[in-house]
Design a binder for this molecule. Structure first.
Ligand code: PLP
Length: 410
């Protein structure tokens, strides 16, 4: 099955009455004909659903489709991307453990690592997640390496093959936040990643209408129970140990479940992921090339030939650079004027919408970070992040051209 076909047919089940799409089971609980039956459902001895925090057919349909699209053995949907990031880590970390992560991560994830220090979990940040940078920091407490495939908004790209090789030499899983790359650009499991998380609020949904997240397991990582003692009682699940522990433990107990309605919206949205990304990547490259010709503007977009990550874009991302580009306008005032003069691009703190969105990260997403944190995340006073949409490129170029010109007028 090729990619666009997999979006329509991968992991799709029998939904009853010949229904071509999953129905929305907008219910909290499921009744059963006898106590014996409900006992079996509760103890996983019979298929079925009991309570939507623990499992729901619409959410299940979404999980199966994403697992198929990513090539994983299963997936667990969460109430948000942040819930997915949090659960993916807490499923394997305990007090005293360490994580290695990139400093250019999404702001919410950086804040989360701050919160985890209260639980006795230490994060060691590296400027770029590379084989050498992580090798230097791995010690007996290191339990995971966490990286964004394409950093948002730094737009640095991780070489998954090289990084996962070092992780595996040390018996550590590599968790990849693949939100900005999407399965359209890369299937991280094929390059050695062990666990993938997405903020499905973004490209998977595509329409900017449902906050949601998902965790997918490759099933390839072997959990050494001497190192990961919490996995001892899940060893019997074999390659499903991580998912069984997640579902039976922290995910279910924190109540981070996805609503059936949002799962349904994602099932509809994901079907056009390929078409949208093809158009978006095309638009983003053309807009980046245009902005490069504008005086006083510097552009960061990985698919530009002079970008340091261009070789990885070619080898790992099929030559596509994704939807996000950042530009520097020269000063905060110019950046604000440029943004305020855009006609089509909406000023909003989101990415992955069909509409083009812009934001000034330093005064919003990175408001709580200090200058050093901002700079290592590629955020300067004059940086604008653009999440390119599916508008006609001629209109976007005209819009940005006008706004650049007006930004220079006092
Ligand atoms: C948006 C985002 C998140 C958080 O997802 P929410 O759905 O907003 O909770 C995590 N990682 C990346 C890369 C994101 O862009």
């Amino acid at each position: 099955m090729n990619f666009n076909t997999s979006l329509l047919h991968g992991g799709v089940g029998e939904y009853g009455h010949g229904s071509t799409q999953t129905p929305i089971y907008q219910v909290s609980a499921f009744s059963h004909e006898s106590s014996e039956k409900l006992e079996k459902v509760f103890s996983n001895q019979a298929a079925g659903f009991a309570y939507s925090r623990i499992g729901n057919p619409t959410v299940d349909a979404f999980e199966k489709r994403i697992a198929a699209i990513e090539g994983g053995i299963g997936a667990v949907a969460c109430s948000s991307g942040m819930a997915a990031v949090t659960m993916s880590l807490l499923n394997l970390l305990s007090a005293g453990d360490e994580v290695i992560a990139g400093s250019g991560l999404f702001g919410g994830t950086i804040d989360l690592f701050g919160d985890l220090t209260q639980l006795g979990i230490t994060t060691r940040f590296v400027d770029n997640v590379t084989a050498d940078s992580i090798r230097a920091l791995i010690n007996e407490h290191t339990k995971a390496v966490f990286a964004e495939l394409i950093g948002n908004p730094k737009l640095d790209i991780v070489d998954i093959e090289k990084v996962s090789e070092v992780c595996h030499q040390h018996g550590i899983p590599l968790i990849i936040d693949s939100t900005t790359a999407t399965p359209y650009l890369v299937h991280p499991f094929e390059h050695g990643a062990d666990i993938v998380v997405h903020s499905a609020s973004k490209y998977i949904n595509g329409g900017g209408n449902s906050i949601s997240g998902i965790i997918i397991d490759s099933g390839n990582f072997r959990w050494n129970t001497a190192k990961y003692s919490g996995f001892a009682e899940y060893k019997k699940f074999g390659k499903f140990a991580y998912l069984a522990k997640l579902r039976g433990g922290i995910w279910r107990n924190t109540g981070a479940c996805l609503s059936p309605f949002n799962a349904y919206m994602n099932c509809v949205g994901l079907e056009t992921l390929g078409l949208r990304m093809e158009r978006i990547c095309d638009n983003a490259l053309k807009l980046a090339e245009f902005l490069q010709t504008q005086e006083g503007i510097t552009v960061n977009y990985p698919a530009l030939e002079d970008n340091p990550y261009f070789p990885l874009v070619r080898t790992q991302l099929h030559g596509k650079g994704g939807a996000i580009l950042t530009i520097r306008a020269g000063s905060k005032e110019k950046a604000f004027r440029l943004i305020n003069n855009l006609k089509y691009a909406l000023i909003a703190t989101n990415i992955g919408d069909v509409r083009t969105l812009v934001i000034h990260p330093a005064s919003t997403i990175y408001l709580h970070s200090d200058e050093k944190q901002r700079e290592s995340a590629g955020v300067y006073e004059d940086t604008i992040r653009v999440s390119v949409g599916i508008e006609d490129i001629e209109d976007l170029i005209e819009d940005f051209g006008n706004a650049v010109r007006l930004s220079k007028e006092q």
